[in-house]
Design a binder for this molecule. Structure first.
Ligand code: OGA
Ligand code: MN
Length: 375
């Protein structure tokens, strides 16, 4: 009986994931929570922000509006989950999108293409793709550029997808601009000491999805997980601590920021579907390139190059979504456990998503309790 119930429950997330992922017939998107629309959802609450934690000047340096202007929400029943509606200043979303496409995939950062291509072949995805992308006719079947084959990039402590761990032996400098942005956002949400140590960037096309998972490889769950999205929209499913908790579907649009902290830091979530932006434009208007940021630059060749770069970004983003997730891996006073390679592999078993849900839950409860007790 219990097993049957569990199986039924387990289906709740999977069923909804499959429903939103399916192509024919397409799913009904009308009941999905949309924080950008002045609709009434009983679960949506206004979230308080720490308006004095960052100055307007510091916010501006990160490309953000003054915190007092941000619209932040939380959800009843999802403690620690926060949704900030696009707080970016005009012209800044395209800055971050361009970093994700042109700069962050560069070495020494790691990407999915490195798994089966030589460093020489993946030296500069941007340069290797730009002409091909520029000349592409939308809707026509043509060979994919490397940039269109890009699925993920890791930054800082590079996440190991096999062992599901970070290692002190595989760290490269975390991008300073993204660290600054993350630390400002974290501070505004009440996390003054947050350190951006690892990043996973996800690159989605219209047919991509991200499976049901929990981000539990970091060592300090008292630190939030930040997620920034640009380009086309997504359907995001937010479940609970247990795999069988039915998830709440919500839209994420370009510029929106999600913070997972507290209890929801370990909640199951997934992205079953990428959807065209709801304005029905090729590129959402908040993401449009504005030259105001660069008008002060007398360097016309720089401005021309920037315009050219934006043409490529815009072409890519017409059918894509880019998501940057930023994590603190090590808590204050924590250090990486000393493990041999073989230990690391066996050790990774209890963290796998396919284990007994009861045991998994107990494991998570203990970890959250430990996080709450830490300074
Ligand atoms: C992740 C993640 C969600 C998204 O990278 O862990 O959950 O919105 N991303 O793409
Ligand atoms: Mn995640």
């Amino acid at each position: 009986m219990a097993a049957a119930l569990l199986e039924q429950g387990e289906d709740a997330f999977r069923r909804l994931f499959k429903y939103y992922k399916r192509r024919q017939p397409p799913p009904d998107l009308s009941g999905i929570v949309d924080f950008s629309r002045a609709q009434q959802y009983c679960k949506v609450l206004i979230a308080p922000l720490n308006v004095t934690s960052i100055s307007d000047q510091d916010a501006c340096k990160a490309g953000l509006q003054p915190v007092c202007k941000w619209k932040a929400y939380s959800l009843d029943g999802y403690p620690g989950f926060m949704f900030i509606l696009d707080p970016f200043l005009p012209g800044w979303q395209c800055y971050w999108a361009k970093q994700c496409l042109k700069i962050y995939p560069r070495k020494p950062n790691v990407c999915n293409l490195d798994l089966h291509m030589s460093p020489e072949e993946t030296k500069d995805l941007w340069e290797q793709s730009r002409e091909q992308l520029r000349l592409k006719t939308p809707g026509k079947r043509e060979a994919k550029s490397l940039l269109e084959k890009l699925r993920w990039v890791t930054l800082g402590y590079h996440y190991n997808w096999e062992t599901k761990k970070y290692s002190p032996d595989h760290y490269t400098a975390f991008p300073m601009d993204l660290a600054y942005l993350s630390e400002q956002v974290a501070a505004a949400c009440g996390f003054q000491q947050f350190k951006a140590e690892a990043g996973i960037l996800n690159y989605y096309r219209f047919d991509s999805s991200l499976g049901i998972h929990v981000d539990e490889s970091e060592m300090d769950y008292s630190k939030p997980l930040l997620s920034f999205s640009f380009g086309q929209s997504a359907v995001f499913l937010l479940g609970g601590l247990k795999r069988q908790d039915p998830p709440l579907p919500m839209f994420i649009h370009s510029g929106d920021i999600i913070i997972m902290s507290g209890k929801s830091r370990l909640f199951y979530h997934a992205v079953p579907r990428i959807v065209p932006n709801l304005e029905g434009r090729a590129i959402p208007s908040c993401l449009e390139h504005t030259t105001t940021r660069y008008n002060c630059s007398a360097d016309t060749s720089y401005r021309q190059r920037d315009e050219g770069d934006w043409e490529i970004c815009a072409k890519y983003l017409q059918s894509s979504r880019v998501n940057m997730t930023v994590r603190q891996v090590v808590g204050v006073g924590q250090s990486f456990p000393v493990t041999s390679d073989t230990e690391m592999i066996t050790d990774s078993q209890p963290y796998s998503y396919h284990q007994d849900p009861k045991e998994e839950n107990e494991h998570k409860r203990q970890k959250l309790e430990a996080a709450a007790k830490s300074p």
